[in-house]
Write a protein that binds this ligand. Structure first.
Ligand SMILES: [Zn+2]
Length: 269
């Protein structure tokens, strides 16, 4: 290194100093609903969380989505967001949270489209995260206002018919639209559910049993709002390989017990 001036190879004010270089836009991991009709522009990595984890007690469909389950979501949520934030940092990205027009998870709790944007914004702020906004109905992804981030919901707000054929659990660092398209071709349109956060959730003292109950709830609701989707033959685990191998492997381990529950139905990609 004799010929290199010291400042050029030593850390101190450069990218290894631990300070974010604010002038360079960071890639984005978008927390978005699991809904199969959501579509994303290139460059976006998606963490599917049903309704972005929004809850409201008291109203809606108490039979399919009782208050006891909504309370479970509320207990899991703080560490869920902390863990998603961490997982996003592991792929060099920042976390941005969204809501969307015509959300079945919200509707099932009696949260109308009219107030969903406001309610989600407040929840996200309370969790210390950034709310990017309400994903609109359009026939292709529209600009979010944040460079390189586009999304749309392809189903009109008045149309509550879902046509998903599979459920994909991501454990290795989220999923992109290209990857979703590939899986759609093979297994039919998927609901996207992130389980990328479980390893870190456990490490910060989260109740893993409750975290898995939350993911099971997401699957139950997906099956509840989508006729023709059967959890017993449609669950797939997707490993993008973007998270550290051990983290991905630990995330995967949390679903080992599920293989007994879902028997041979749990396909592994
Ligand atoms: Zn939704």
């Amino acid at each position: 290194m004799a010929g290199i001036p010291r400042a050029e190879w030593e850390t101190g004010d450069g990218s290894f100093s631990g300070h974010e270089k604010r002038e360079i836009p960071r890639p984005v991991v978008l927390v978005a609903c699991m809904d199969e009709a959501l579509s994303y522009g290139p460059g976006v990595q998606v963490a599917g969380v049903a309704g972005s984890g929004i809850t409201q007690l008291g109203g809606g469909n108490q039979e399919m989505f009782p208050d006891s389950k909504r309370a479970l979501v509320e207990r899991v949520r703080p560490k869920l967001f902390r863990s998603l934030d961490w997982a996003a940092s592991q792929v060099g990205a920042g976390l941005e949270v969204t809501s969307h027009v015509g959300c079945g998870w919200a509707r099932m709790q009696g949260i109308s489209d009219r107030v969903l944007e406001k309610v989600t914004g407040q929840m996200v702020k309370a969790e210390g995260e950034k709310y990017l906004g309400h994903i609109p109905f359009a026939d292709s992804p529209v600009d979010s206002g944040k460079p390189g981030v586009a999304a749309a919901i392809l189903r009109s707000p008045s149309d509550h018919h879902h046509d998903a054929k599979s459920i994909v659990l991501t454990i290795g660092g989220f999923i992109t639209q290209d990857e979703i398209n590939e899986l759609s071709g093979e297994f039919g349109k998927p609901f996207i559910i992130s389980a990328d956060w479980l390893d870190y959730f456990a490490r910060i003292g989260g109740d893993v049993r409750e975290a898995r109950d939350f993911i099971k709830l997401e699957i139950d609701v997906a099956c509840g709002i989508c006729q023709g989707l059967s959890e017993t033959n449609s669950l797939r685990i997707y490993e993008a390989g973007r998270l550290d191998f051990r983290v991905q492997s630990n995330n995967s381990d949390y679903f080992r017990g599920w293989e007994a529950v879902y028997s041979s139905f749990l396909g592994k990609l």
